[in-house]
Design a protein around this ligand. Structure first.
Ligand SMILES: Nc1nc2c(ncn2[C@@H]2O[C@H](COP(=O)(O)OP(=O)(O)OP(=O)(O)O)[C@@H](O)[C@H]2O)c(=O)[nH]1
Ligand SMILES: [Mg+2]
Length: 247
């Protein structure tokens, strides 16, 4: 993780607008430590499903065809601006968000190490490989691990079927996966780290869920003007997790 986009000097790199009255999320580059929220996300799933490659696509918009298995844990970072929606569809507030994306090893031998990181994450990218039925069957086990080790039993999760660019090798049909996601009441996306299909959409959906949950908790705890750039308003992963009173 030598180079992060936000470390480069400059201004807006690209903008991604989420249609349909949803908040907008914009990718930006920044040189300083000025942000409103530090959000920790964590990718999990069997070895080889494409966690590392997916995160690399999200942060650097590149594809790495080589399989270099992750040893233990790694992370990538990215800055975005999250725009809330005001009443009647008007523009709300804009928050600078520093995303920390934790990349866990799928291999069993690292399990006790990686699950220890679950507690500090605010949202989860639960991944399987559309070309591997076994990786899909193992989603249930990953869910149990999450429920046992995350900050609460009902954390924000997005289910991701990756490698959608390989239809000839597909072993998991979309209905199966959607049914499972519905059972857990979580969003489902079919992505490709190779083509970039729905990679940003999946991460942005997760961020949106987290921001909405935080908003609700802030309202509940009656903290006035919690963010807005003031240092007292910064919520790091741990503080935010404590505030997740919805659990
Ligand atoms: N065609 C295709 N290949 C992919 C995709 N995503 C990942 N891969 C390939 O799948 C292999 C495994 O990807 P990784 O990202 O290393 O898998 P991982 O889940 O991080 O594996 P561990 O680190 O062992 O847990 C690599 O060769 C990737 O290039 C995808 O969307 N499409
Ligand atoms: Mg990896």
């Amino acid at each position: 993780m030598q180079e992060f986009a936000w470390q480069l000097p400059g201004v807006a790199r690209k903008a991604v607008c989420v249609p349909g009255g949803r908040p907008t999320i914009t990718t930006i580059t920044m040189t300083d430590g000025d942000y409103d929220y530090l959000i920790k996300l964590l990718a999990l799933g069997d070895s080889g499903v494409g966690k590392t490659t997916f995160l690399y696509r999200y942060t650097d918009n590149k594809f790495n065809p080589k399989f270099i298995t992750t040893v233990g844990i790694d992370f990538r970072e990215k800055r975005v601006v999250y725009n809330t929606q005001g009443p009647n569809g008007s523009t709300g507030k804009a928050f600078k968000v520093h995303l920390q994306l934790w990349d866990t090893a799928g291999q069993e031998r690292f399990r006790s190490l990686t699950t220890a990181f679950f507690r500090d994450a605010m949202g989860f990218l639960l991944m399987f490989d559309l070309t591997s039925q076994q990786s899909f069957l193992n989603v249930r086990n990953w869910m149990s691990q999450l429920q046992a080790n995350a900050y609460c039993e009902n954390p924000d999760i997005v289910l991701i079927g990756n490698k959608a660019d390989l239809p000839d090798q597909r072993e998991v049909n979309e209905r199966q996966a959607r049914d499972l996601a519905e059972k857990y009441s979580i969003p489902y996306f079919e992505t490709s780290a190779a083509t970039g299909q729905d990679v940003e959409k999946a991460v942005e959906t997760l961020l949106d869920l987290i921001m909405k949950r935080m908003e609700q908790c802030v309202e509940k705890t009656h903290i006035p003007d919690t963010v807005n750039g003031s240092s007292s308003g910064k919520l790091d992963g741990e503080k935010s997790a404590e505030k997740k009173c919805a659990c």
